[in-house]
Design a protein around this ligand. Structure first.
Ligand SMILES: [Zn+2]
Length: 410
């Protein structure tokens, strides 16, 4: 299975599928079409049924049930795009066999080294086969590892009909990294009762709580006058922006929070005397605290409107996604099955709240409860990204075991 996974994974990462927020198409970039079409061919060649790709690039396929039992249809999802933070062009995956625990030279010429001194997590991979970058790109284990694992699990189940399972649906989707993954996902066409995104990090990760998320855009109009004759007339929009930021609780920022602590994050502030624009995101796992943070921002803006004129300060506040826990807790058995699947394979499940969102955060609210399981990857979104092939095999086995357990418990 190991070689099969390496072969799949390295072929996927060579396709540049970086998504692009500024694009209005779906998928946002043509490279994603390339990989999605490759996946369609591969799904057909391994023997999957009902293989479809829609106008927005969403690929779906079916592994038919091979049991007489009534088993709920479950789904597995992975996204084809890579992060916008770092280039995914010309990825040259490097294979490190039987890793000995020392520094890995990613790029001799550029002196780029992946070292356990900087990344202590490397220590636990002694003896593993690792895949790394050449130091000039990200790797794309997020989420091409998930694609390789789902594909390999389906191929395995097709070759092993003695393993009984219900109907399984798989989907490969664009534009997760720019938050649009589920926007055009056809939940009724997918027609699964539950699903899992295979989009987590290190071994054992199992996640069913995400942030509640909102984005705010604030525009402040000033009044620019020649500074020599500005007395009593000039209004400096930059200073109002600073006043606004000064009213946001200083310790509720990403750099001071962890675990279940939410935050306000000033993403950008651009302007001059005449006009300043600010962008914030608000995050909190707890719905009440989330609402309180939004209300607080609205109040801050209102107070400034009273001071500087209602028309001079505008706030656009939009919810982005919600904590999937609200939708998954009523069907907690899907988390239990993933937990037990890992236990059965001697993997210690690590359940923790995501300090972000996944496609599952949106899908769960679209009627498809979708927790997230690990891929085995580390250091996502940058040049130090790497993954253990041994743990990719384990992720593949977890997918197979989840399919088995749904059948056994039906
Ligand atoms: Zn991802």
């Amino acid at each position: 299975m190991k070689n099969e996974i390496i072969e799949r994974f390295t072929s996927y990462v060579k396709v540049d599928t970086q998504s692009n927020e500024d694009s209005n198409t779906c998928p946002s970039t043509p490279g994603q079409w390339t990989l999605l079409n490759m996946i369609v061919d591969e799904l057909k060649s391994i023997g999957m049924e009902e293989v479809t790709i829609d106008d927005n690039g969403y690929v779906m396929a079916t592994l038919p049930s091979n049991t007489d039992k009534e088993v709920p249809t479950i789904g597995f999802l992975a996204h084809v795009d890579t992060a916008t933070d770092f280039t995914g062009k010309d990825v040259k995956p490097q294979i490190v066999e039987n890793y000995n625990g020392s520094d890995i030279v990613l790029n001799e010429a550029l002196h780029i080294v992946l070292s356990p001194k900087d990344f202590p997590s490397l220590e636990q991979y002694k003896g593993h086969t690792l895949v790394t970058t050449d130091g000039t790109t990200l790797l794309g284990a997020d989420n091409k590892a998930g694609i390789a694992e789902i594909m390999t699990a389906m191929a395995y189940l097709l070759q092993h009909p003695e393993i009984k399972h219900g109907k399984i649906r798989v989907a490969f989707t664009p534009d997760e990294e720019i938050g649009r993954g589920p926007h055009k996902f056809d939940v009724p066409a997918f027609n699964a009762k539950f699903a899992y995104t295979v989009d987590g990090g290190p071994l054992g990760e199992l996640e069913y709580e995400s942030f509640n998320a909102a984005g705010a855009k604030i525009t402040i109009k000033g009044n620019n006058i020649h500074p020599g004759s500005a007395k009593g007339k000039m209004v400096n929009s930059l200073k109002i922006a600073m006043e606004l930021q000064g009213k946001i609780p200083a310790d509720e920022a990403p750099e001071y929070t962890e675990g279940y602590e939410g935050f306000y994050h000033l993403l950008s502030m651009n302007g001059d005397v005449e006009l300043t624009k600010l962008a914030y995101i608000i995050r909190d796992h707890d719905r009440e605290k989330f609402n309180a943070k939004k209300a607080n921002l609205e109040k801050i803006v209102q107070d400034l409107q009273e001071k500087y004129g209602k028309d001079n300060i505008t706030l656009e506040l939009n919810d982005q996604y919600y904590n999937m826990k609200e939708k998954i807790e009523p069907v907690k058995e899907i988390v239990d099955i993933a937990y037990d699947a890992m236990k059965n394979l001697d993997i210690e499940p690590k359940i923790s709240p995501i300090r972000g969102g996944t496609d599952g955060s949106q899908l769960s609210y679209m009627g498809l409860p979708t927790p997230n399981i690990f891929t085995g990857g580390e250091n996502f979104h940058g040049k130090y990204e790497y993954i253990s092939v041994d743990n990719m095999v384990k992720a593949t086995n977890v997918i197979i075991e989840i399919a088995k357990l749904f059948e056994e418990r039906a």
